[in-house]
Design a protein around this ligand. Structure first.
Ligand code: ARG
Length: 465
């Protein structure tokens, strides 16, 4: 391949690229995954060149056929991508020329690798966004099903990791579903701005040929064409936006993982992961470790790193294309691959986990998570909330002293603190009632969570990439 490159540059250069320089300069090891998009982009370009009369129609057809063959040969393994090539664009063009001779050399008319690579990354990432969106949708759907099964599963809700107020496991799961719905929304938004065709920007200054850029956009499924050729070749905002959207997905998966890890511990024992999604210890026979969740939490670091890489690569380069930008691909591909891998492992792990409902209920029964409801009961009797709060605080202190709960504290003790209390307080602090009185939209009551499940399902049902 070095020879083909040397031929491409021939006019200006007297020597071939040094081996070390070629290895350093080359991007084929990571851009070879764009071969299909590169070829499809070239087919669209050649088709337009023919239709616009920039090259002969017959040559355009020959180029298309040649490119289709190359695509088929790479896919079937008949043609191996040469890892000595500078990049995938050079390889495909070189192979086409090797097969078609002079005609192959016409493909690059009115095009630069700068607008070509900008096109290829957009095409690759559009597909990746669709794939990731589908995986996020699946996870939301699994969360909705799990929530459906756990609408009545009372658990303590926490703030500061201290038991705070009663919720249900369904309510907790649907919080993650809400985050993931926003993630889907962001992916869609990223794709909208990604869906702009840069081809036709040339190296930086457009071209003198009468290109039909709209035609290429139509052929390749782009919504519009880039407005400025300098920006067309040097814009990588869409990579950064995608890495940011992926980083947020990882923030969400990582927080969820942290909870899974805690819930698996003997200290919580709220869930048990399926054996297929846990690992043992090489020395401690009793261990069942939530490695998958830990790895997802750990891998978030890679994706944040990729985002930082992209921001740093782009922040100081003058217009238009600079070779620095070749660094975009490893970073964004790593982010994409990591998120896909994490979702592939995470979703079935959630789907197959066992919810230990009794343990959640027992934990909810301790920690005075119905104290707010006790205070609200007094408010119902006409007391100001601040006074009710104080009286309940005294009751909690009393319970702690006597090793009792609000449920087991005798009525006389209640009355001694505030004479507004009567028998009905026990109904008021019943956990099921506490949860189901929280009927407010977005709250944990069964009906309220049912609405959350319904709207999440509706959202993913109507979601179009
Ligand atoms: N491999 C290059 C990249 O990924 C392709 C564009 C090369 N353009 C150039 N002017 N050297 O950025």
């Amino acid at each position: 391949m070095l020879t083909i490159m040397a031929q491409l540059w021939k006019g200006r250069f007297k020597k071939e690229l040094a081996k070390e320089t070629n290895d350093f300069n080359s991007s084929i090891k990571f851009d070879c995954r764009m071969f299909e998009e590169d070829i499809k982009g070239s087919i669209a370009h050649a088709t337009m060149l023919g239709a616009a009369g920039i090259i002969e129609q017959s040559e355009s057809e020959k180029i298309t056929e040649g490119l289709m063959e190359i695509l088929g040969d790479i896919k079937s393994g008949r043609l191996e991508i040469d890892m000595e090539a500078e990049d995938i664009h050079t390889f495909v063009e070189g192979e086409l020329t090797a097969r078609l001779g002079q005609t192959g050399k016409r493909l690059h008319t009115a095009r630069s690798r700068n607008d070509q690579v900008a096109l290829d990354i957009r095409m690759v990432l559009k597909n990746e966004v669709d794939e990731i969106s589908e995986k996020v949708k699946n996870l939301i759907s699994v969360l909705c099903s799990k929530a459906e099964e756990n609408k009545h599963t009372i658990m303590p809700g926490y703030t500061h990791l201290q038991r705070a107020q009663p919720i249900t496991f369904a309510h907790h799961l649907m919080a993650y579903a809400s985050m993931l719905c926003r993630d889907l929304d962001r992916l869609k938004d990223v794709k909208r701005r990604m869906n702009v065709l840069p081809l036709g920007s040339g190296a930086l200054a457009g071209t003198t040929y009468p290109l039909d850029r709209e035609m290429v956009a139509d052929l390749l499924g782009f919504d519009s064409i880039s407005a400025n050729s300098l920006d067309g070749v040097s814009d990588r905002d869409f990579c950064i936006e995608l890495a940011a959207a992926l980083s947020l997905i990882m923030v969400h998966l990582s927080r969820f993982s942290e909870e899974i890890i805690m819930w698996c511990s003997w200290e919580f024992k709220f869930i048990e992961l399926d054996d297929a999604f846990s690992t043992g210890s090489s020395i401690m026979p009793q261990k069942k470790n939530p490695d998958i969740a830990e790895l997802v939490r750990g891998k978030s670091g890679r994706v944040f790193g990729d985002l930082t890489t992209l921001l740093t690569v782009m922040k100081g380069i003058a217009l238009a294309y600079n070779k620095d930008m070749q660094e975009d691909k490893e970073a964004i591909f790593d982010a994409v691959d990591t998120v896909k891998m994490c979702l592939n492992a995470f979703t079935p792990m959630i789907d197959t986990m066992t919810v230990l409902k009794d343990n959640m209920r027992n934990a909810a029964a301790k920690g005075f998570i119905n104290a707010t409801d006790c205070a609200d009961y007094l408010v119902g009797k006409g007391l100001a909330f601040r006074d009710a709060y104080k009286a309940t605080g005294e009751l909690v202190a009393l319970c702690i002293d006597k090793n009792l709960t609000l449920e087991t504290l005798p009525l006389e003790e209640y009355k001694a603190v505030c004479d507004l209390f009567d028998e009905k307080v026990y109904t008021a602090i019943n956990l099921e009632k506490c949860v189901n009185d929280r009927l407010v939209a977005g709250g944990p009551a069964v009906q309220s969570v049912e609405m959350q499940i319904e709207s999440a399902r509706e959202y993913i049902g109507n979601y179009r990439f």
